[in-house]
Design a protein around this ligand. Structure first.
Ligand code: AMP
Length: 401
């Protein structure tokens, strides 16, 4: 990365079921050139937002499908810039949530790749169909630009068998590919590299526990840049307490609730959409949970305590899995912006030699920073994630290889 490297503009597309988020990034310099979103696709009024050259343009229009959403994105670039023709798109990088056991690296999209992603739909019924639709419409709109699929699961592909194997019947594992896959891979890849740089270590020498705490949340144990274990499993439901997802539960809870008269789909929906912080406190927004704690609301306090305790358990377990821990790293919306939660996690981890610098933890301002004391035997870092840049870099690397 230097000023003389040629620009590598990559359009990063993250297509969800009712939204399409995008960012135009120069993968060579890391500079974002434009970003935006189309929200509420398929509803009567969709909102478009486009930021470029320091200006934000918002609008409302009817956007019935992902195809129309991408047309709206192209129109925003045409009206507000930068022009795709002028920047010369190197690639379109697509976030794909589930790569199953098939994809361990980003790939240029072909018909075979599309068919393989389609086959993986049962593993991620909420995410993969939308991601796939995003790729299809982008291929039509930019037929001359390579489309690259970057998978959330890929970073964890090399986890050891003892981490990814569920103790379930062999037929389930072999016929239905039941195993732990893990998610948030582009975030873990980016954040672990940046954390090693902040520590002044080579990534090959760094043993890290990274806590990606956003609306979805997962922890990863990372040794030498490779995932050793992670808290999400076959689906993004397992592990930590999340905005609306329960994280770990007794699998027996599922059939117990079905025996109370609920359908399997209703139980599944409740565990994914009505549980986690929302189930415990009534809100999935951690800022509101923080406010409830400040006013001594018992439900808010319980949500906070269950979340922090689960995090401490995972950090302890992953420190053991790694054998040696160089740094505990917080990232994503909550990890980067909720000092009270970081304190609750770290104050319970003295047994690992973790000592938080309370002043540094509370200091305002973002950016990469160390928030542990000099005496702490494990560094505690805050490292803002940048999944779009990671997708852009991975897509650029594939097409220029
Ligand atoms: P993400 O999915 O990474 O965008 O993170 C979303 C989560 O971060 C939501 O639960 C937000 O409430 C939380 N969050 C964002 N900003 C703050 C903040 N300043 N304080 C506490 N939580 C925050």
């Amino acid at each position: 990365m230097n000023d003389t490297s040629p620009a590598q503009p990559v359009l990063v597309v993250n297509a969800g079921s009712s939204s399409l988020k995008y960012q135009l990034v120069d993968a060579a310099t890391g500079s974002p050139l434009a970003k935006g979103s189309v929200e509420r696709i398929g509803e009567r009024r969709s909102t478009t937002t486009h930021e470029s050259s320091g200006e934000t343009h918002t609008g409302q229009q009817t956007v019935a499908s992902h195809r129309e959403a991408l047309a709206a994105v192209a129109e925003s670039f045409r009206r507000f810039g930068p022009s795709f023709d002028e920047v010369g798109l190197l690639a379109v990088g697509h976030r794909v949530v589930h790569g199953g056991d098939r994809f361990s690296d980003p790939v240029v999209v072909t018909d075979d790749v599309l068919a393989a992603i389609e086959e993986l739909e049962p593993l991620a019924p909420l995410h993969n169909p939308a991601n796939l639709e995003g790729i299809r419409v982008s291929r039509e709109r930019f037929p001359d630009v390579p489309q690259v699929a970057v998978f959330d699961t890929a970073f964890h592909h090399a986890m050891p068998a003892h981490s990814y194997t569920y103790a379930v019947p062999k037929a389930w594992r072999e016929e239905h590919l039941v195993r732990r896959y893990g998610f948030h891979g582009t975030s873990f890849a980016y954040v672990s590299r940046r954390a090693a740089a902040v520590l002044g270590h080579r990534i090959e020498d760094a043993n890290l526990v990274v806590l990606h705490l956003g609306n979805g949340a997962s922890a990863a144990a990372i040794a030498g840049g490779r995932s050793v274990d992670t808290s999400m499993g076959l689906t993004p439901l397992e592990g930590l307490v999340m905005g609306t997802r329960s994280g770990d539960i007794d699998p027996g809870l599922f059939s117990f609730m079905v025996r109370t008269g609920m359908s399997a789909d209703a139980v599944d929906a409740a565990l994914n959409r009505e549980s986690g912080l929302k189930g415990l406190s009534g809100t999935n927004d951690f800022r509101e949970v923080d406010e409830l704690v400040a006013t001594n609301d018992p439900d808010g306090k319980l949500a906070f305590d269950v979340t922090a305790y689960r995090l401490r358990k995972y950090v302890g377990a992953y420190a053991v899995a790694l054998g040696r821990l160089d740094a505990l790293v917080f990232t994503a919306g909550i990890g980067e912006h909720a000092p009270r939660l970081r304190a609750a996690v770290c104050h319970g981890l003295g047994i690992l030699g973790i000592e938080l610098d309370d002043e540094a933890n509370l200091a305002p301002g973002g950016g990469e920073r160390r928030i542990s004391t000099k005496a702490s035997s494990v560094a505690v870092l805050v490292v803002p994630t940048n999944e779009e840049l990671e997708i852009a870099r991975q897509a650029a690397a594939v097409v220029t290889a």
